[in-house]
Design a protein around this ligand. Sequence first.
Ligand code: SAH
Length: 249
Amino acid sequence: MQLREVKLFKFLFYGINISSMLRIDIITIFPAMFDPVLNESIMKRAQAKKCVDFRVHDLREYSNDSHRKVDDRPFGGGPGMVMTAQPLVDAVKKIKGRRKGVKVIYMCPGGVTFSQAIARHLSREKGLILICGHYEGIDERVRELVVDTSISIGDYVLTGGELPAMVVVDAVTRLIPGVLGREASLDDESFENNLLEYPQYTRPADFCGKKIPLVLSSGNHLAIKNWRNAQAVARTQKFRPDLLKEKKG
Ligand code: SAH
């Protein structure tokens, strides 16, 4: 490629990047829960930099019920309430509109377990709609009609999908190019290349008699790189040997 072509490519790529900023819509009965998380720190900066567009929707606004009800008793009996299909299906349809390539994700303990690989995949999507469930969950027909994937953040049950949605939003957003200051720092992070990150140290070099490994202050970049690689492998071997097995396989 000629220099001019490279410049044109960069310009187009940059242009496309801006126009295809990731939009994340969240459907919840507790919209206020998201304010502190989305409007602080890196999530706030990501929006200001136009890397991501967060929109939080109050599910009750979509209910046809005069009391803005969004739940009902389960058919077949049993404890608790189930979120009704109408508000959820209408909300998804309205929020999606005519946009193509929007992934609808239901936060669900029975979904696929969230991982760095899934976060990376989602960070490249055009649009995500996250549904936060409550009570005993949602009417199964919502999944059949509008949900593309269900994601769990781990094998435990929470009271609602809000915290799981925040986990997904945070992990995905920090992977969007331009959100974190130094992109390079992402490559060494835990779970990239199926390794945990090496130990990190900062000033002072001697804390309570515990000194930093000498190599880190040697200025020898190759030696530092090798030390960090070896530490990452050793640490993974010790705490998460399952990751190394995946790496080989
Ligand atoms: N009765 C359901 C649990 C409902 S928990 C069951 O046994 O599967 C209520 C809501 O919290 C769910 O609808 C889901 O949106 C959310 N939730 C709870 N735990 C979760 C987890 N580990 N990952 C993702 N979402 C979760």
